[in-house]
Design a protein around this ligand. Structure first.
Ligand code: CO
Length: 134
């Protein structure tokens, strides 16, 4: 599988409003989308920074994936997402290459995009995401 580019970097934060303001003030980020997804226990803000993006992730509760991440590690880098043409094809290729898939099938991620996650142990400790841009 050959990813096209890094689509975004995900950052877990304690306070989404404060984080949006910080990325605007420090790096000239512009808020692209903001979405609350109850079933995933997360509120996310996609910040456009030049041609790139940072996805800020705040937990809706302690017993959510991002809530558990924050409790264990504190705010900081959460994942790297790669742009691919086809998530299904990327998963087939990743599995064949020996990656451990968290999502064996594509699912709907933030902002209506099709995504899937790869276990951090398969990418030297970094939770990795593939995002469809096809
Ligand atoms: Co992401």
């Amino acid at each position: 599988m050959e990813a096209r580019a890094i689509h975004h970097v995900g950052v877990a934060v304690d306070d989404l409003d404060a984080a949006v303001a910080t990325y605007e003030r420090l790096f000239g980020g512009r808020l692209e989308h903001r979405e609350r997804v109850e079933e995933q226990g997360v509120e996310a803000a996609s910040m456009r920074i030049g041609d790139s993006r940072v996805e800020l992730l705040a937990a809706l509760g302690e017993d959510t994936p991002v809530g558990r991440f924050l409790a264990k590690r504190g705010p900081g880098m959460h994942h790297v997402a790669y742009a691919v043409d086809d998530v299904e094809a990327a998963l087939t290729s990743l599995a064949a290459a020996g990656a451990e898939l968290i999502d064996p099938r594509p699912r709907r991620g933030m902002f209506g995009l099709e995504v899937a996650f790869v276990h951090p142990e398969s990418a030297h400790g970094v939770l990795s995401e593939v995002v469809s841009v096809g």
